[in-house]
Design a protein around this ligand. Structure first.
Ligand code: NAP
Length: 298
């Protein structure tokens, strides 16, 4: 493999939207596509499934909650490709209707969705090549959580100057406040009023993190034309989204793939939250949900 071979990588790609993103990239991306999964057997099975469709993704293990696993991937990317051109942070979890105590739900979900995604970015963003594309798969539930926060918290999350350290502090405070039963008093959304708000806070973290990272990329590597965005795939029929979702996994992959394949001369979007290939404002777009569907993880 030469370091001039272009390369795209997707996390959590053995099933669901991540798998559909890999399939689409195999068809459209000019270069190698690496499917990653935390379970080697499931990952290889997914690769075989795509090979049966005459597609040729490569496989590498990755558990986004395991720093060693991320570093092993980083070393592989450096050795084989000298970096990477496209990173899609898709891996995520959602606990619904779970009797697990709230603070444990918060801790577990944040560990994967926010801290895992952040750790992958910490290790891999420095390897992104000029004109690279980074896509963080977030969720409209992040907006729902934001709108259910106190005005004071909303101001912090919407701030154009919030730092990564401040954001990490807020995410950790969410866990502490739920542990102490103080989440309502401290202005967090009340997860008892609507299923999915713990997940929503973790995805709010992913969206704000993406805005911060995009700002950093602009300052530190302004000339490299890297574009980094968060997006929502919509409500998708996967293990996570359930059978009532409005989209197939292929349809759910469309916006992440659009962002991953933004042309080399594109000036944007950058640092945005994108839904249906369009930049969204900071609000929860309830028009896409029937009232009875509002518990979807979208
Ligand atoms: P899914 O079917 O549950 O698939 C999730 C994927 O993430 C699986 O491959 C899973 O691997 C992987 N994963 C979980 N924890 C991981 C870890 N620690 N390290 C590496 N991989 C890990 O979910 P999906 O519906 O495809 O969702 C994909 C993304 O879209 C998620 O970020 C989700 O939050 C977001 N999203 C989904 C919807 C929806 O309606 N489905 C809506 C909005 C946003 P295993 O097979 O090993 O568990």
């Amino acid at each position: 493999m030469s370091s001039s071979t272009r390369m795209a990588l997707v996390t959590g790609a053995n099933r669901g939207i991540g798998f559909a993103i890999v399939r689409d990239l195999c068809r459209q991306f000019k270069g190698d596509v690496v499917l990653t999964a935390r379970d080697v057997k499931q990952g290889r099975k997914a690769v075989q499934q795509l090979q049966a469709e005459d597609l040729s993704p490569r496989f590498h293990p990755l558990d986004i909650t395991d720093r060693q696993s991320i570093r092993a991937l980083r070393d592989f990317l450096l050795k084989e490709y000298g970096g990477l051109d496209v990173l899609v942070n898709n891996a995520g979890i959602f606990q619904s209707g779970d009797p697990t105590p709230l603070h444990i739900q918060a801790e577990v979900t944040l560990k994967t969705n926010f801290f895992g995604t952040r750790d992958v970015c910490t290790e891999l963003l420095p390897l992104i090549k000029p004109q690279g594309r980074v896509v963080n798969v977030s969720s409209g539930y992040g907006f729902k959580a934001l709108e259910n926060c106190s005005l004071e918290l909303q101001q912090k999350f919407r701030s154009e100057t919030i730092t990564e350290e401040e954001l990490v502090g807020l995410m950790n405070k969410f866990v502490e406040d739920t542990k102490d039963g103080l989440h309502r008093k401290e202005g967090w959304p009340d997860p008892y009023t609507s299923d999915g708000l713990v997940y929503g806070v973790t995805k709010l973290g992913v969206t704000v993190l993406s805005r911060i990272q995009a700002r950093k990329v602009s300052v530190q590597r302004g000339g490299d034309k890297i574009l980094l965005n968060a997006c929502c795939p919509g409500w998708v029929r996967t293990d996570m989204g359930g059978p009532r979702g409005l989209k197939s996994p292929e349809e759910g992959a469309e916006t992440p793939v659009y962002l991953a394949l933004l042309p080399s001369d594109a000036e944007g979007p950058h640092g945005e939250y994108v839904f249906e290939k369009k930049v969204e404002q900071w609000k929860f777009n309830s028009q896409f949900y029937l009232p009875s569907q509002v518990t979807c993880p979208d």
